[in-house]
Ligand binder design. Structure first.
Ligand SMILES: [Zn+2]
Length: 205
């Protein structure tokens, strides 16, 4: 069984030092102890999940630092190693993925994207990047949505992305189904855009 240095793993996952709070979080999650410097590679996914549930990675850009507290998931803010791993801006990675998605919508002759779930910050980021090029309907996954409203969204949209994770209630997501629906589980704007692009290229409609 391979093991990894914890500091290297944190860096791979996008976290910049210091790592005391991350070490404490892994100990709390029962994944490691404070004294251990190394961790089994097989625990990597569980470590990622435990850290992402507790911390919000934010790069040092003033705009990201300023906006971060409005993420309503209640996570503690920590420094990301780069803009790409910043959960606020995702840097050029988010932009490139959204560009690709916009192009995929255009070549499919479609333009209406409905997103259900995600945090207010990630929805805002998507809106900023895609504004004026796609018609967007962004649904707060924590507010109630009636079946009738969901049917209206489904009739309106060309694609509906169900943005799974902590900010989506089942009483909301269960209203959505059918061939336009794309389920996704990643957190960032880039993974949302990639999932939507993939579904458009598969030619599902
Ligand atoms: Zn950032």
């Amino acid at each position: 069984m391979n093991d990894l240095g914890k500091a290297g793993l944190y860096r791979d996952l996008g976290y910049a030092p210091p790592y005391e709070r991350l070490d404490a979080a892994l100990a709390d999650a029962g994944l490691s102890t404070l004294r251990k410097q190394r961790i089994a590679e097989a625990k990597k996914a569980a470590v990622r999940e435990a850290l992402e549930a507790r911390f919000l990675r934010v790069c040092s850009r003033g705009e990201c630092v300023r906006l971060a507290p409005s993420d309503s998931s209640g996570r503690e803010q920590v420094l990301s190693v780069s803009q790409e791993t910043c959960e606020m801006c995702g840097g050029s990675v988010n932009l490139a993925a959204v560009e690709e998605m916009v192009a995929a919508f255009a070549s499919a002759g479609l333009q209406r994207l409905c997103v259900v779930g995600g945090s207010p910050v990630t929805r805002g980021e998507l809106e900023r990047l895609a504004a004026g090029r796609l018609e967007l309907r962004l649904i707060d996954g924590q507010k109630s949505r009636t079946r009738r409203q969901a049917e209206d969204d489904t009739a309106w949209a060309d694609r509906i992305v169900i943005w799974g994770g902590t900010q989506l209630g089942h009483q909301v997501s269960e209203h959505y189904g059918g061939p336009k629906v794309v389920q996704m589980h990643g957190r960032g704007v880039a993974s949302l855009a990639r999932e939507a692009t993939r579904s458009l290229r598969r030619g599902k409609s």
